[in-house]
Design a protein around this ligand. Structure first.
Ligand code: CP
Ligand code: NVA
Length: 320
């Protein structure tokens, strides 16, 4: 096993809350390690970078991919994951996050949390003495986008200079794609309806990052315009977790316009990839025909495993 700490900077002890907390070089390194862990895992070689370590996985929302990829990834790294549902934890009965953070820091080596308000992850990280990984908030989904970047790089051989069009709600996925794409020198164009645009603060941060990397960020209202000559078309559900009550109102705004279908794909480059963080709602944000024609969506889901193994290996390694 190669010592990860000898390869580059020491990331031990850092949190992973937003892709913007890391530089272009850092993210490239996370991706390189993810690729390497994927090769080693597929070759049947052991990568016990979390040997003897424990990771708590707090879920305040549902999950298929995040839960299973974190749990398997921790196992493949030789560690032990603890699934902690908020239905069972005392936080579900009102115990403050700051107390939970300090208690769990005495038992564990790392924490992942999926929650609603981004401020909860920030508070957890502020009070925890161990690395905290953001497994999705209403604002951001950085683990997903690290896996997305890994998938795009695998298929296209590069990130810088590529155009990614995001079609749909200006949500957590749009935000992390803006952040990650901007850091990696990509041109990210989000087509979102009025009233559902990406957060202005996120856009400003991504725009500053794009200026440094030679990329760009843009918001359009016309999905066809956003998709023009795109290398990657990305979409996500119209109503995210926690927005179930708005489902009908959102459908009325998005339906028929903010959908990845054959006419939209005709605007993109002929070899454009289609990505979706999943779960997908066929017939809403994407047609069944487009979805089934793009199996790279499942490479993307698979890469959650390796992207997160990379994050955990780098954040939880011992200081030299
Ligand atoms: N994409 C993603 O995070 O999926 P889950 O909600 O199933 O974890
Ligand atoms: N925007 C979606 C992403 C799910 C992975 C949600 O927050 O529900």
């Amino acid at each position: 096993m190669t010592e990860l700490k000898k390869l580059k900077d020491d990331y031990a002890g850092r949190d992973f809350l937003s892709l913007l907390d890391y530089t272009t070089a850092d993210l490239t390194y996370f991706l390189d390690v993810a690729d390497r862990l994927k090769r080693e895992h597929k070759a049947g070689r052991e990568t016990p970078y979390l040997k003897g370590k424990t990771m708590g996985l707090i879920f305040e929302k549902s999950s298929t991919r995040t839960r299973v990829s974190f749990e398997s990834g921790i196992y493949y790294l030789g560690g032990q994951g603890l699934f902690l549902s908020s239905h069972d934890l005392q936080i579900g009965r009102g115990e403050p996050i700051k107390d939970t953070a300090r208690v769990l820091s005495r038992f564990l080596d790392g924490l992942m949390i999926r929650t609603f308000s981004h401020s909860v992850v920030e508070e957890l990280a502020a009070y925890a003495d161990i690395p905290v990984i953001n497994g999705l908030t209403d604002l951001l989904h950085p683990c997903q986008v690290l896996a997305d970047l890994q998938t795009i790089r695998e298929h296209k051989g590069q990130l810088a200079g590529l155009k990614l069009a995001f079609i749909g709600d200006g949500n957590n996925m749009a935000h992390s794609l803006l952040n990650g794409g901007a850091r990696m020198g990509m041109h990210v164009c989000c087509a979102c309806p009025e009233g559902y645009l990406p957060d202005a603060g996120v856009l400003a941060g991504a725009s500053a990052a794009a200026e440094l990397s030679g990329g760009s960020v843009e918001v359009a209202q016309d999905p066809m315009q956003a998709a023009a000559d795109a290398d990657v078309i990305y979409t996500d559900v119209w109503a995210s977790m926690g927005q179930e009550a708005e489902k009908a109102a959102r459908e009325a705004v998005f339906a028929g316009i903010y959908q990845v279908n054959d006419s939209l794909m005709a605007q993109a480059k002929p070899d454009a990839m289609v990505l979706h963080c999943l779960p997908a709602h066929r017939g809403e944000e994407i047609t069944d025909a487009v979805f089934e024609a793009h199996p790279e969506i499942f490479d993307e889901a698979e890469n959650r495993l390796y992207a997160q193994m990379s994050i955990m290996s780098l954040l939880l390694q011992k200081r030299p």
